[in-house]
Design a protein around this ligand. Structure first.
Ligand code: G3H
Ligand code: 13P
Ligand code: NA
Ligand code: ZN
Length: 328
């Protein structure tokens, strides 16, 4: 059944587990996630970015989720708008049937330029007011996620988010987070704690403490009833990179967020963990290998089957690690 994000996250907080939130834009990803959830009896968060809507179209996305709910009626499913860039985008998603939206007011509508604090408060307040009147959950964001594009690289060298003055200024400030939540009344808050989006997070193997765990603790202490969200949470498995390279891919050395560190974050209030890149890597590795080993095949189902299976294995592993298996 389609449920509200608030309901799932409240349950996760009560029983101290985390929920992976997977980005989807096609049939095989939705099927992979639902098959894994069904096998493990886990609740599901699926989310669509602006890019996903552009690729698949609003109607296809909505009906893919409806199909998931119809095929697996016993699994609680949240359909969430990822990184809504304006109140208008969030309203459109709500009208389209999403049960949860992210108003990312940490950036201006271009999705790139960091905004002012007052702008962020104002747009987040506006979305919360409307969404809450109709039972839709709102995630907001405070702080700057690292991004290679904007030059605000997370903790590129793999040495942890805290001991670095230039970077720690970009982490979410606990005092400001408390004021922000009090003023906006958002249900969930995405915080900057050392991660960044995409496959290229860290150029060297993380040596531990890649996440600003003490920052998570400080924020959680001030906001015990706000569900914390971690974006940029792909782990970038080295074995997937190896398969991609072995079968003709060209990806440079890169590292993600170790699963154990995410599990540590969950102990201190992280409830929603956004993952997109790991599913992309899993599907690409499987497709490359299949195409290489079966050069005469040409039916897309032949290579989409192993791609779907590879995505499912990633989803299963994260559901087990984060503790949501058995919680549906
Ligand atoms: O927030 C980032 C997600 O990975 C979405 O990526 O905009 O390419 O769909 P996308
Ligand atoms: P990754 O690129 O680490 O998978 O993060 C995805 C994300 O945060 C989507 O909002
Ligand atoms: Na941000
Ligand atoms: Zn994100």
């Amino acid at each position: 059944a389609l449920v509200s994000m608030r309901q799932l996250l409240d349950h996760a907080a009560e029983f101290s587990y985390g929920l992976p939130a997977f980005n989807v834009n096609n049939l095989e990803q939705v099927q992979a996630i639902m098959e894994a959830a069904n096998e493990l009896d886990s609740p599901v968060i699926m989310q669509a970015s602006a890019g996903a809507r552009k690729y698949a179209g609003e109607a296809f996305l909505r009906h893919l989720i409806d199909a998931a709910v119809e095929a697996y009626p016993h699994i609680p499913v949240v359909m969430h708008q990822d990184h809504g860039q304006s109140p208008a985008v969030c309203m459109a998603a709500i009208r389209s049937g999403f049960s949860s939206v992210m108003m990312d007011g940490s950036l201006l509508e271009d999705g790139k330029t960091p905004s002012s604090y007052d702008y962020n408060v104002a747009v987040s307040q506006e979305v919360v007011k409307l969404a809450h009147s109709i039972g839709v959950t709102v995630e907001a964001e405070l702080g700057c996620l690292g991004s290679l594009e904007s030059g605000m690289a997370g903790e590129e060298d793999g040495h942890g988010a805290e001991g670095k003055l230039d970077h720690s200024a970009l982490l979410t400030d606990p005092e400001q987070a408390a004021d922000f939540v009090q003023r906006t009344q958002c249900d969930a808050l995405a915080i900057a704690i050392g991660t960044s989006h995409g496959a290229y997070k860290f150029t060297r193997k993380p040596t531990g403490d890649i996440l600003a765990i003490s920052r998570i603790k400080e924020i959680h202490t001030r906001l015990p009833n706000t569900h914390l969200v971690m974006h940029g949470s792909s782990s970038v498995p080295q074995e997937l990179l190896a398969i991609i390279r072995q079968f003709g891919g060209d990806m440079k050395e890169t590292y993600g967020v170790p699963v154990e560190e995410i599990v540590e974050g969950i102990k201190y209030g992280v409830r929603k963990i956004n993952i997109d890149t790991d599913i992309r890597l899993a599907m690409t590795a499987a497709v490359r290998q299949y195409m290489f080993e079966n050069p005469s095949k040409f039916d897309p189902r032949d290579f989409l089957k192993p791609a779907r299976e590879a995505a499912k294995q990633i989803v299963r592993a994260r559901m087990q690690a984060f503790g949501c298996a058995g919680q549906a």
